[in-house]
Every structure is written in C-alpha cells, then in structure tokens.
Design a protein around this ligand. Sequence first.
Ligand code: AMP
Length: 214
Amino acid sequence: MPRIMLLGAPGSGKGTQAARFASDYDVPVIATGDILRKNIKENTPLGRKAQGYIEKGDLVPDDLVIAFVDSAFDEADARGGWLLDGFPRTTAQAEALDALLGKTGKKLDRVFLINVPKDELISRITGRLLCPVCGKIYHEKSMPPRKAGVCDLDDAVLIRRVDDNAETAKSRIAVYDEQTKPLIEYYAAKGILTEIDGTIGLEKIEEVIRETLG
Ligand code: AMP
C-alpha cells in the first residue's frame, strides 16, 4: 500500500481528495488538522495548547505536531500505508518525517501538490461546510448537501470551521506561502513530487493520482 502526502494551500481540496483516496486504496488518512480539531472538541491538553494558533490561522508549533504524528504512525502504519493530509507543513516537520520513517527503513512514495489559484481558494474556504460527526466536507455552492445544512450521510447539522472566515483564510494562505511552499522544492529535489491542476474536477484529480501510482 502506498505512503502518500497531499500538499497544497488551504482550500485546495486536500481533505476532499484524501477521503476519496482512503476509500479507493483502503488506507488510513492522517490529517493533522482533523486530529487537532478533535482534541479541541474534547478539551485535551493538546487541544488547549493548539486552539489559539488555529483560531488565528497560525501553525501549531512543530514539536507538538511531530509528537502526535509519531503516535498516529504507530497505529496507521500497522496497515502498511497511509495518506498524510496537512502534514508536513514546515521544513522542520518534513525533516522530522524523514527521520521517523528512516528509523524503520520506510519512505514516502509520492507527494501530490494540488495547485489552485489564490482567489478561488478564498471562495472555496468561506463556502465550506463540515459534518461534525463524520467529517464529510461540503461547499454551499459547488458541493451542497442534498438537504440544506444537513449531512447526506448521517443527518447531522453541518458546521463552519472557526478558521474558515475570509480574514483568517487570508492569513492561512500567507502562512502557507511563507512556511509550507518551500516543501515543493524539498520534495521536487527528492524526485517524488507530482503537480496537479486543482481546478480540473475531483474525478480528474483522482484519475491523475491513480495513473501516477500505477
Ligand atoms: P487544516 O485542517 O489542515 O486546514 O489545518 C487547520 C489548522 O490546524 C491549521 O491552520 C494549523 O493551525 C493547524 N495545523 C494543522 N496541521 C498542522 C501542521 N502540520 N503543523 C502545524 N499546524 C497545523
């Protein structure tokens, strides 16, 4: 089973694509944003430390994230493959990931970079709706639920993420440009980067991923 990472700005569709990939390939998704939101909801020590950063659109400090990804690997890796969504986000995290994998002789097979123009990112983020129960992602215009405001799968009332407002979205995109974009070069230099146009539609993106993985 493949070990894959999705790279892209906030709103580029990583979460939506991750859910499709996970069911196609039967691999667990390790989404650091989801793990952090769950910890905030459950008011854990990690959640309390992370909350302020997330609300401002800043990154949570590397050491906190690296520590919980390490334990997420212990569970997910038992199944032989996984998909990383939203991690690594800094060069320090990418180096920590290499070190974690290196310990057991494993490596990342491929990084997919999903490219979406900046003005489209903002409208995707501000229209996003999320099921608080199953995590399914909707968009009020481009991917609405069958019944307004309610999840198709479990009837839960859909919510908006606290950081999905225009102002925080802009800072998250700026943080991406500054701290995460250097990873494009990092993975291109390793020869494992595939760039995908994120505006071609969900099915086509999925097709590129399948074809690349063979
Ligand atoms: P996401 O769900 O991936 O959009 O992440 C939401 C927020 O969680 C980000 O804006 C960060 O505050 C935090 N976060 C998620 N993943 C990471 C990471 N790898 N490193 C630092 N902060 C993260």
